[in-house]
Ligand binder design. Structure first.
Ligand SMILES: *Cc1c(COP(=O)(O)O)cnc(C)c1O
Length: 360
């Protein structure tokens, strides 16, 4: 594997300032002292792996990422375990998905062990930034973008892979536990054959305007339907969805090429199965959803992803009607599954699947 050059920050934040900065944690606004960067040049491969101070990255104004959006990212967390050590949840799955995203965006693959080693190096350098388990976790953001100065349209020949870290508390601003969703009938997030299954910044850019429409309607997040029939539930802008029925069945839409394959989604399928639920990957239509919510057949619905783990969906609004799910404030299944998954992530429950990777 590549050797890293280490340039620690000469004057890192004092323990006192850091504690003050971490007293109230939001999401993605506070950053640690360091970052990892690795460069890629066609013909040479990956080179110049550096753990150094977190700082701006100079870019040529013609850098391909600024024009044609060749950019992918990942999101995972490092948790403080009861013995004081720090571990992350299934980082290998993120490394694999990163390369799947890279394939779709015509970018070079990063060896999976180098992906995990980059995270390890950053967490070791900034270990004091990992919050106590009851306060939050350290969100890790690996990403890669095209740096080659070239305006022709083809895959770039130069890239930077970078990892930054941010201590985080909860994800959603509103204090209540259940969120209200806006279902977009006008806009879609991803199309068959498009980039929906890749974790690329461009997908998020396309979701921002529908998100503003949702906010105008008093909603927290947007849920997107499929692009062809505008009928089938796909996912949120950054989270997958699951539906819980009175008979103990949980449905989640199948990975159809335009849904992002979430690590949380995948892990919850296992955890829910072990908790006695029957998890089915099955298409679920908006009309059926509305009908099942109104009849009471649908007991709960929740969104899932690394940032917020499980977020209950209390209410749904759309141009085609509004409805409430259950009592409108989440339910027992979401709570149970959240506790089971978070229990493993925080080292409070046995890690029977070997999901935890010690980092520091
Ligand atoms: C990252 C992401 C998810 C959730 O994936 P996790 O691996 O569970 O964090 C879901 N949908 C989209 C669009 C995403 O970008």
């Amino acid at each position: 594997m590549l050797d890293f050059t280490t340039h620690p920050l000469s004057a890192p934040m004092s323990a006192e300032d850091r504690t003050a900065a971490m007293a109230t944690l939001g999401f993605g606004t506070l950053f640690t002292d360091h970052m990892v960067t690795i460069r890629y040049t066609e013909g040479q491969g990956w080179h110049d792996a550096v753990l150094g101070p977190r700082q701006p990255i100079p870019l040529d104004p013609a850098a391909a990422v600024l024009h044609y959006a060749q950019e992918i990212f990942e999101g995972l967390k490092a948790y403080r375990l009861p013995d004081g050590s720090v571990a992350s949840f299934r980082p290998e799955a993120n490394a694999t998905r990163f390369n799947e995203s890279a394939t779709r965006l015509a970018m070079p693959h990063l060896p999976e062990d180098l992906f995990v080693e980059s995270i390890r190096k950053l967490v070791a350098a900034d270990v004091d930034w990992v919050p106590d388990a009851d306060k939050g976790s350290l969100y890790l953001r690996p990403f890669m973008f095209a740096t080659e100065a070239f305006l022709g349209v083809r895959p770039a020949k130069e890239y930077i892979f970078c990892v930054i870290a941010s201590p985080v508390g909860g994800y959603f601003k509103s204090g209540k536990s259940a969120v209200t969703l806006w279902v977009s009938h006008d806009y879609v997030r991803a199309v068959p054959g498009g980039t929906g299954a890749a974790k690329c910044g461009g997908n998020y850019a396309a979701s921002l305007q529908p998100q503003s429409v949702g906010i105008e309607h008093g909603c927290d997040q947007v849920l997107f339907l499929d692009a062809v029939e505008r009928k089938w539930v796909e996912e949120l802008g950054g989270m997958n969805v699951m539906f819980v029925f009175g008979d103990g069945t949980i449905i989640t839409p199948p990975l159809n090429g335009s849904i992002l394959p979430g690590v949380t989604r995948d892990s919850l399928r296992t955890v829910a199965g072990e908790a006695g639920y029957t998890v089915k990957e099955q298409p679920y239509s908006f009309d059926q959803w509305m009908e099942d919510a109104k009849s009471g057949k649908l007991r709960e619905a929740f969104a899932c992803g690394t940032a917020a783990v499980i977020t209950p969906i209390g209410e749904v609004r759309s141009a085609r009607g509004d409805f409430v799910i259950g009592n409108g404030d989440g339910g027992e299944v979401a709570r149970t599954l959240r506790e089971a998954l978070v229990g493993i992530q925080l080292g409070r429950k046995p890690d029977t699947h070997g999901w935890m990777t010690r980092l520091a």
